[in-house]
Structures are given as C-alpha cells and as structure tokens.
Ligand binder design. Structure first.
Ligand code: ZN
Length: 174
C-alpha cells in the first residue's frame, strides 16, 4: 500500500474519460488499497483513480465521521441507475482543486450498480452525503469537475488562482 500524489487542475488528464475494468487482478486490488491510503492521508471522503493519474473506472468513498466506525466502499465500473427528483445542496470541495468550495445542487438520492473488490455485482441506494460523494466521484470518471458547474469566467479565475498558488515558492522570514 502506498500514498500516491494527487493530480490537480489544470492537468488535462482530469478531463479524460476513464475506461471500464474488465478483470479485477492484483493491479486493480493494489490500486484500490492505494486510493484508500491516499484519500485517508488527505482527509478526503472520496477519490477516483483518475485523480492519481490512472484512467480506470474505480473509485473509493468513506463518509464516516471521526467518531464512527469507518465505512470504506470501493466501487468498480459504477453506473447510476436511478436519481431522485428531490435535490440537496452541499458545499463541495475536491482534492484535485485545492482551496475551492462550490455549492452544488444534485439529486438527493441515487441508486448505483457496481462491482466490488471481490468481483461481485452490488446495488447501493444512497442518500445524503454518500449520494453526493458518489455522484461527485462518478463525474470524475467522466472527466467532469465541480468547476464545470460554474460559468467559464469563474472557472478560468479559479484555475488561474490555483496555478498561481502552485508557482509560488514557500515564503520564509529569517
Ligand atoms: Zn473531486
């Protein structure tokens, strides 16, 4: 298991569509472990394989709070089969877009079909934070980011700001 570097905007790979998994081998299992390590290390609640530079349809989530037992779920080839008309709004952040939070309205409930780590077909109906998190991560597999919900002007502004943060060296006072 190892912690991977998380890719941030404006890296073009984040806009690419991830490929479905045909067979779950050791590489895929190791990737899932690495995704969990990387996500927990960054205090995230979800992470898609593309965010560590691998264009495979795999994502991990764990929306448990500090005082709860962890609830890790790895989803392979997830497909949303149902979305509610009811919506909910969360202020969403993204490990690939540092220091940016955007209010996004999404369907409140989603039903998703996926393959688990053992290769078993699963069906999960989720609500609340888990629903939003899974929809956010599946968007990553299709090359869609939270800033795509904004106007081009706002999106360009955020990308510019983040590129600047990356360029700036650490400031020291001696
Ligand atoms: Zn994200």
């Amino acid at each position: 298991m190892s912690i991977k570097e998380i890719i941030t905007v404006p890296d073009e790979i984040l806009k690419k569509i991830s490929e479905p998994i045909e067979k779950i081998g050791n590489n895929e299992k190791k990737l899932i472990d690495d995704l969990f390590d990387t996500m927990y290390n960054s205090n995230g609640i979800g992470l898609a394989a593309v965010q560590v530079g691998i264009l495979k349809r795999i994502l991990v989530v764990d929306v448990s709070t500090e005082n709860e037992k962890s609830q890790p779920i790895a989803l392979i080839n997830p497909v949303i089969i149902n979305l509610s008309n009811d919506t909910s709004v969360y202020e969403e952040g993204c490990l690939s877009i540092p220091e940016t939070f955007i209010e996004i309205e999404r369907p409140k409930i989603c039903e998703v079909e996926y393959i688990d780590k053992k290769g078993l077909k699963k069906n999960l109906k989720c609500d609340g934070l888990l629903s939003t998190c899974i929809q956010h991560e599946i968007n990553h597999l299709d090359g869609k980011l939270i800033i795509d919900h904004l106007s081009k002007l706002k999106k360009d502004f955020i990308i510019k700001k983040i590129s600047k943060i990356k360029r700036n060296p650490d400031r020291i006072v001696v």
